[in-house]
Design a protein around this ligand. Sequence first.
Ligand code: NAD
Length: 305
Amino acid sequence: MTKQDIERADRRETILIDGAAVAASLHSELRSAVENLVERGLTPGLAVVLVGNDPASSVYVRNKIRRSVEAGLRSFHHELPSTTSETDLLALIDRLNSADDVDGILVQLPLPSHIDAQKVTSAIDPAKDVDGFHPMNVGKLSLGGEALIPCTPLGCMLLIKGVRSQLAGLNAVIVGRSNIVGKPLAQLLLRENCTVTIAHSRTADLPSVCRRADILVAAAGQPELISGDWVKPGAIVIDVGINRVQREGRQILVGDVAFESARAVAGAITPVPGGVGPMTIACLLRNTIEAACRRHGAASPLRTL
Ligand code: NAD
């Protein structure tokens, strides 16, 4: 996004939600929290496991490792060939579950097709499950317990609450029902007393469902699916989608929302890139610090969310 875009949006009083800036401030808060814990003799550790050489996954993993080192965390990196057997991967997870200096375990998805991702996710110690995908954490989230919360939905909530702190009574529509984004985000919005609708590929008349939303979250993985005329005037629009498309002979990233037309109607909107994306890693590090504190019975230096 150019400076001109921002100025034009400002004139229309649409809030451009700058995820990169929010994430940067969260990173600096996390660095201070880690310093505080290190002084108290606790250095949180994050183990990241990558199986295979999917280029996008390699980039995500590199960024996660770089950010954890910058935050002062102990970083453990396990890069395994795509031929790794499920048994060997489960054995590694077993070792990481028992390692006292590892507080968080992240297995980068997707895994090669011969490995059952659900089995792997369920093998991670729920106390170290910083992705929040273990059935125990999923259950705790839905029951209202103290769960580790999936990073992307947590990032979305921080952005939404940065715009508006009281969400009770608002209509929230989430387009997408995946286990990693749509469903956990629905639970978080319910916690905030929103009236939540989860829409998906079989939803009838999606445009009119979206038009009811005070908070509209797009997580469908469909380039520019949601146009401005699907957006209720003044709505908060959160675009989780990351889609690589060809435009004028080059590859660019677009979200699930047609940004220009939606921005003209929305009250607040995230861009792609620079919206939800940067929040995901910051939330991963936050979860690792939280997990370390809980495992070691240390008071958390982090703000309560
Ligand atoms: P997914 O493929 O697991 O789920 C997509 C969901 O969207 C499904 O529930 C499906 O029913 C729904 N859907 C698909 N087409 C639709 C349509 N035409 N109308 C209505 N609903 C439709 O995807 P996911 O893993 O939840 O990811 C969604 C998007 O978010 C992807 O673009 C992904 O790259 C992105 N993502 C971004 C981050 C981030 O950090 N910013 C993290 C995770 C995922």
